[in-house]
Design a protein around this ligand. Structure first.
Ligand code: CAA
Length: 384
């Protein structure tokens, strides 16, 4: 289905594009060097409604549809992929999970703060020995009166250090597999919730990725998200939305690399003519444009399926798989088209190539997306 944008969606895209190119893009390369978390930019994004896009207005959110959300996220990713991943985890896995599974009290308490970007949200599922297989996690939550005591170590947590709230999964019943996992909302400053040192990463360097260590971390039972034993389902459901976000990030970064490559090809001369005159290069440009368009359409299909209220697990995995692999091909070609200049930091494609590398890995590797997709096809599971 070719997706026809509404006037409102086009307006949101234009507004975010203008903001992102003026405010966010200008310091993206510098942040890549310094690894500085753009806290001020998130405040501005909160004022523009970008940190609570899918939250209804009654909780201070924008109440936007998912199509508008992916358009906005792509624009942010075009300008700075590090900023986009923070926005994505915050809006999708964190805000959406609280909106969908939180009690009225939790929604009233947390969603307005998240929407206004007073706090950034993080999501802690992965552990050193439980990445693709989160059911194997070993963090525990043991009941103690009206509280739970959590112990364990989470890793690769986006915004681990700079978040004001983390959704943490832990085993409340070790005799059960996925049904023994529960989710908890834990605020920053809770004794026993410790963020590790930021990882020194290949890309997305201005977004902090840390361990989250839980040392006898006491959390009121009222902070459980959903019911006991629903933590794995909540995580999977949040990741469905998160995976549409990774598709949007991929499309945004791919467009940035593509525009830079086309611009370069139109200026660079070799053998007495612009290199854009060579058919070898023109065909590469045609293939790049086609791949980006195909990924965009998968992204729109997943977002539209979600907006219709249908199950979108399959569409989200397909969009994430194709778009994240696409952006790795596009950024590699963009570097190649720049020749030696593509390998040095003066040109943006060098950063985009590094930023894109993790897209086929986080929020479910390409291999896991293929598991999800083939399960739906072969087991006829959760198909809409
Ligand atoms: N929505 C709701 N429920 C779901 C679901 C979904 N998308 N997918 C599965 N479930 C439910 C199933 O219905 C089932 O529940 P019941 O038994 O009650 O029916 C239960 O979960 C188990 O389902 P499966 O048998 O399919 O689960 P599995 O153990 O075989 O695992 C998997 C499936 C797809 C491999 C899953 O483990 C997975 O997605 N792994 C990858 C995890 C991942 O993406 N990690 C990234 C972490 S976040 C990150 O990257 C860091 C960051 O900050 C960005």
């Amino acid at each position: 289905m070719f997706y026809q944008l509404t006037n409102e969606q086009i307006m949101i895209r234009s507004m975010v594009r203008e903001f992102a190119r003026k405010v966010i893009a200008v310091t993206a390369a510098e942040r890549d060097r310094t690894k500085e978390f753009p806290a001020d930019n998130f405040k501005k994004m909160g004022e523009l409604g970008l940190m609570g896009m899918l939250i209804p207005p009654e909780y201070n959110g924008e109440g936007a549809d998912t199509i508008s959300y992916v358009l906005a996220l792509s624009e942010i990713a075009y300008s700075c992929a590090s900023t986009a991943v923070v926005m994505s985890v915050h809006n999708s896995i964190v805000c959406e999970s609280i909106l969908k599974f939180g009690s009225e009290e939790q929604k009233k308490k947390y969603l307005p703060q998240l929407a206004d970007a007073e706090i950034i949200g993080a999501f802690a599922l992965t552990e050193p020995h439980a990445g693709s297989d989160p059911v194997a996690q070993s963090t525990t939550a043991v009941r103690d009166g009206d509280d739970f005591i959590l112990n364990g170590t989470k890793c690769f947590i986006t915004s681990g250090k700079n978040s004001g709230l983390v959704i943490v999964t832990a085993k409340t019943d070790e005799t059960q597999k996925h049904k023994g996992i529960s989710a908890f909302i834990i605020g920053k400053g809770t004794p026993g919730l410790i963020a590790g040192e930021p990882e020194d990463k290949m890309g997305l360097r201005a977004s902090d990725t840390t361990d989250i260590i839980l040392e006898n971390c006491r959390v009121p039972a009222s902070n459980m998200l959903g019911n006991e034993g629903e933590g794995f389902m909540i995580a999977m459901s949040g990741l469905d939305c998160g995976r549409i976000g990774i598709a949007a990030q991929s499309v945004g970064v791919a467009r940035a690399a593509f525009d830079a490559a086309v611009d370069y090809a139109k200026k660079r001369e070799q053998f007495g003519q612009k290199i854009s005159k060579f058919q070898g290069l023109r065909w590469i440009i045609a293939d790049m444009a086609t791949e980006i368009e195909a990924a965009s359409q998968l992204m729109f299909t997943a977002a539209a399926t979600k907006d219709r209220g249908e199950n979108f697990t399959l569409q989200a995995s397909m969009a994430k798989l194709f778009a994240s692999e696409m952006v790795n091909r596009i950024t590699a070609k963009a570097v190649q088209m720049h020749g030696g200049y593509g390998f040095i930091k003066d040109y943006p494609v060098e950063r985009l190539y590094r930023d894109a590398r993790v897209f086929t890995i986080y929020e479910g590797t390409s291999e896991i997306q293929r598991v999800v997709i083939s399960n739906h096809i072969l087991n006829d599971r959760r198909r809409s």
